[in-house]
Design a protein. Structure first.
Length: 254
């Protein structure tokens, strides 16, 4: 995508914004970001296969923003797919700050007192709290998960088991993003791979792996996580009846 296309889309659908300075924001995976002046940004669907994530942000961010203690982007204009750009796009408020990758945000020198905002809400949903509790392995240092659950004291063994399996799933995604970064693919993040390996060892308790193995089922199965092969680059991951999809070359576990 080029700057001219972004400006043309603005002229067609939101002409009052078309004269703003436009510049690309480096990074991003599911969406490509373009700054619009100093206060706005256009979020253009890129790797996401469905518009659902942006639609979810449009629906819930205006509700959540006044209730949260940190700034979050708020949708101000809705772009619709067209012949020139047949994907979803949204104009959001811009949250100023320096991006932190997944590895740095868990270090003490990048603690919450420096956190300027939270910018990605595409995966927000109401449902199993295990998705949030997985942060015990994803964000806390080694050994912190047990202390967290002792203090939290509101999760039963089944919820902790689901959370641990989901943490393992998240670690595999980080390793995949790291591989994409090493290969120079759009949105890939080389520094995410090592962070994913650390989380993988914490959540599953296996030795360090140099890459995402083809047969991850042997590690996932004890946690109740089953990854089965799908067609093409998609495999369907099913965890205790809560399915999600992630790119994978995993073999079927039985």
């Amino acid at each position: 995508m080029q700057e001219d296309l972004v400006r043309d889309l603005l002229r067609e659908q939101h002409p009052d914004l078309a004269a703003l300075p436009i510049r690309e924001v480096a990074g991003g995976w599911g969406n490509q970001m373009w700054r619009l002046g100093d206060e706005l940004a256009a979020r253009m669907q890129r790797m996401d296969k469905s518009p659902d994530l942006q639609l979810k942000e449009r629906r819930w961010l205006p509700v959540l923003a006044p209730r949260l203690p940190l700034p979050v982007p708020t949708p101000v204009r809705s772009g619709v797919p067209s012949q020139r750009f047949p994907e979803m796009w949204t104009v959001m408020t811009w949250v100023e700050g320096t991006p932190l990758d997944h590895g740095s945000i868990t270090r003490s020198d990048d603690a919450a007192d420096r956190l300027a905002g939270v910018v990605d809400f595409g995966d927000i949903f109401a449902g199993d709290p295990a998705w949030d509790l997985a942060a015990a392995w994803v964000l806390l240092p080694a050994g912190g998960a047990a202390r967290f659950f002792d203090s939290y004291a509101q999760a039963d063994e089944a919820a902790i088991r689901r959370a641990r399996g989901l943490a393992a799933l998240k670690s595999l995604f980080l390793m995949l993003m790291g591989q994409n970064g090493d290969r120079g693919l759009p949105g890939g993040k080389p520094r995410w791979g090592p962070a994913g390996q650390v989380e993988d060892r914490q959540a599953i308790g296996v030795r360090k792996r140099k890459r995402i193995p083809v047969g991850i089922a042997q590690h996932a199965a004890p946690l109740g996580l089953c990854v089965s092969a799908g067609k093409g680059s998609k495999a369907r991951t099913v965890f205790r009846g809560c399915p999600s999809e992630m790119p994978s070359s995993a073999a079927r576990c039985s």
